[in-house]
Design a protein around this ligand. Structure first.
Ligand SMILES: Nc1nc2c(c(=O)[nH]1)N[C@H]1C(S)=C(S)[C@@H](COP(=O)(O)O)O[C@H]1N2
Ligand SMILES: [Mo]
Length: 369
């Protein structure tokens, strides 16, 4: 499935964990993959240019006029679909909070060398597309079909393995109405960096499942063995641990850092008096957020969670009125989900720093009026 054996780059195995300064490679990845500035949490729907980005290889050069989506493998009728044909099928729009599974990895100690996110690898968009189920119905999966693989038009190497970026879903998941072949984001055609002309959208899952620049769909009678499915995106306790696949997002909340930042250190300063702390909270898999707490110097208080415009896969706004007293203060937020899960105070790390959802901490200096 797109995995070639010998290539110019060795498999050096899992990269060793590191301490200290960020490497030039990490800085270069950070320049290619911007995060959402946390003040953009103010937007219910993130403006496209403020949504985070994560692209493993190069952004492919695709043209909507000549693009075709190939559907093959274990199907009765292999298809080659043009974008206009896809757009003629019934469409849906879903508001979805997407987050990278590596969000927060930059705080891991010692650190796994990869995209060094702090906590800004998130964004919410209104995605419009055709339910994948419509296309799979046309193709007609054979009786032995169990998985559906999605291959992007982007290709590169990871740990010596050359591959098209690819992921898969169980057939039963792929045929649900909420999995979309998305061709619009916030009402406009996808931008090149977000998967133009068409991407998969898997609401409630970490971002890796939502394959951009979709080129091929393969219906399989076995588990997909592509690198990003079989090797990447696992929670592993140690090298050699077969691990557990990364799937749905874990419950999380973030706050807009209050006051003003210092340009370089990003340390915050604000004036004493009433301050409205606010942010957003979400949980994966369509699970609801039930409660958000705000920590002020280690004391937890319930925040007000908005009931406005509820969307199954999108974050909810929360706010908390704080009477800021002069001095140094530690602000935190912590969300709870309907499945009983809650954000941990300390990160529980796995080898590649995936699925971190520990509470955000913002230290502020409050000055006297
Ligand atoms: N084809 C392809 N799809 C991809 C990726 C990629 O590198 N190539 N990155 C994935 C990852 S890890 C994430 S977090 C999301 C990010 O989507 P965005 O860049 O539109 O925010 O895309 C996913 N889909
Ligand atoms: Mo990601």
């Amino acid at each position: 499935m797109g995995n070639a054996a010998a290539g110019p780059f060795d498999d050096r195995g899992s990269r060793p964990h590191v301490e200290g300064d960020f490497a030039a490679e990490e800085v270069a990845l950070a320049n290619r993959n911007p995060g959402m500035p946390l003040e953009a949490l103010r937007y219910e729907v993130t403006p496209v240019g403020l949504h985070y980005l994560l692209s493993h290889f190069d952004i492919p050069d695709l043209d909507a006029g000549t693009w075709r989506l190939q559907v093959g493998g274990r199907v009765e009728r292999p298809l080659s679909i043009a974008l206009d044909d896809l757009k003629r099928l019934p469409a849906r729009t879903l508001r979805v909070t997407m987050e990278c599974a590596g969000n927060g990895r930059g705080r891991m100690r010692p650190r796994y060398p990869s995209m060094p996110w702090m906590n800004e690898a998130v964004g919410t968009a209104e995605w419009t597309g055709t339910p994948l189920a419509r296309v799979l119905e046309q193709a007609g999966p054979l009786g032995d079909a169990v998985e559906v693989a999605f291959l992007g038009a982007d290709r590169g190497f990871d740990r010596g393995v050359e591959h098209d970026y690819g992921r898969s879903l169980a057939l039963a998941h792929a045929t649900t109405e909420d999995v979309l072949l998305a061709w619009a984001m916030n009402g406009a055609p996808l931008l090149p960096q977000h998967g133009y002309p068409c991407r998969l959208l898997v609401p409630g899952w970490y971002g890796m499942a939502s394959v951009k620049w979709l080129a091929r769909i393969e219906v399989l009678d076995r588990a997909f063995d592509g690198f990003q499915q079989a090797v990447g995106y696992h929670y592993r306790r140690h090298a050699g641990d077969p691990g557990v696949p990364v799937t749905t997002q874990r419950v999380r909340s973030l706050m807009v850092p209050p006051g003003m930042p210092d340009w370089y250190t990003r340390e915050r300063c604000l004036d004493a008096g009433p301050v409205v702390l606010h942010g957003r909270a979400w949980a994966g898999g369509g699970v609801d957020v039930t409660r958000v707490e705000v920590g002020i110097d280690g004391q937890w208080h319930d925040a007000q969670v908005s009931e406005a415009g509820r969307h199954r896969y999108a974050w909810r706004a929360w706010r908390f009125r704080w009477q800021a007293q002069p001095g140094r203060h530690r602000l935190q937020c912590r969300a709870h989900a309907a499945d009983g899960s809650v954000q941990p105070l300390e990160a529980e790390w796995n080898t590649a720093g995936m699925g971190n959802h520990s509470v955000q901490t913002v230290d502020v200096t409050v000055r006297a009026p």
